[in-house]
Design a protein around this ligand. Structure first.
Ligand code: F6R
Length: 245
């Protein structure tokens, strides 16, 4: 596991963008896994800049998002589908046909989750998966206690995650209770992982992820077992690390 400690959020995001751009340039028909939330926003701005000013070409890139709220249609402003189009996809030249999300409105969720897994497989697997981390150590919506071998499925969001995500909704009661999420096992199948964290609220989860024992109580700790995992954090998120990196 490679751990990079950057001075601040901007430097963290630039380093992450360099890694994503390297993948896109070396494998123009590669498969990228995307995350939503506050953490990757500056990374996405930097990718947009690279597309607009350096010709970074996404036209043959296939994408898979980690998760989606159950019950929100794609056009809902708080859906992850909407988030990705607003914050990245509509500003770069991704081909709509190659963009994948779990469907929050799927009728048969179980069948849909199986379909999603198959699509990832058919695309040849995810080359580089971008990840954020919850203060409680979740990755995607794999909350503490999730099976470390889990695949794409429906999960109940914990109270702390619903509270953390309430900032994006007008009223906290509107935060959905369920999400469809790639499983921990699905994420671990990606060829490379890029986990980002910024701010002191993530310091404990980052210390556990990089230095703690592997445990389902903090699903992100499984990243230690990945062969090509890179963790990029800012100084605040690195505050509780005790080893030298
Ligand atoms: C989002 C996702 C979540 C977030 C995590 C951190 O697709 O999978 O695991 O990465 O909740 O969210 P932020 O970045 O908002 O702190």
């Amino acid at each position: 596991m490679l751990v990079y400690i950057k001075e601040n959020y901007e430097e963290m995001s630039k380093e992450a963008a360099r890694i994503v751009a390297e993948l896109v340039r070396s494998k123009p028909s590669g498969v990228l896994g995307f995350a939503t939330g506050g953490t990757p926003l500056e990374l996405y701005k930097e990718l947009i800049r690279m597309h607009q000013h350096e010709g970074l070409d996404f036209s043959n890139i296939t994408t898979f998002n980690l998760d989606e709220y159950v019950g929100l249609p794609p056009e809902h402003p708080q859906s992850y589908h909407y988030f990705m189009w607003e914050n990245l996809f509509k500003h770069i030249n991704v081909d709509r046909r190659f963009v994948h999300f779990p469907k929050g409105m799927a009728q048969d969720i179980e069948a849909h989750c199986e379909w999603y897994e198959k699509q990832i497989e058919k695309a040849g697997g995810i080359d580089l998966q971008i990840l954020g981390i919850g203060a409680n150590g979740h990755i995607a919506f794999n909350e503490p206690g999730s099976s470390l071998g889990s695949r794409t499925r429906i999960k109940t969001l914990t109270g702390t995650t619903r509270e953390a995500n309430a900032r994006f909704f007008d009223d906290p009661s509107q935060v959905p209770k369920y999400a469809i999420t790639m499983g921990v096992g699905t994420i671990m199948d990606a060829k490379k992982l890029l986990l980002l964290a910024s701010g002191e609220s993530k310091a404990e989860a980052i210390a556990a992820t990089c230095e703690g024992p592997i445990t389902a109580k903090c699903p992100a700790t499984i990243v230690q077992m990945h062969r090509h995992a890179t963790v990029i954090v800012d100084q605040a998120a690195a505050a509780k690390l005790t080893m030298k990196y």
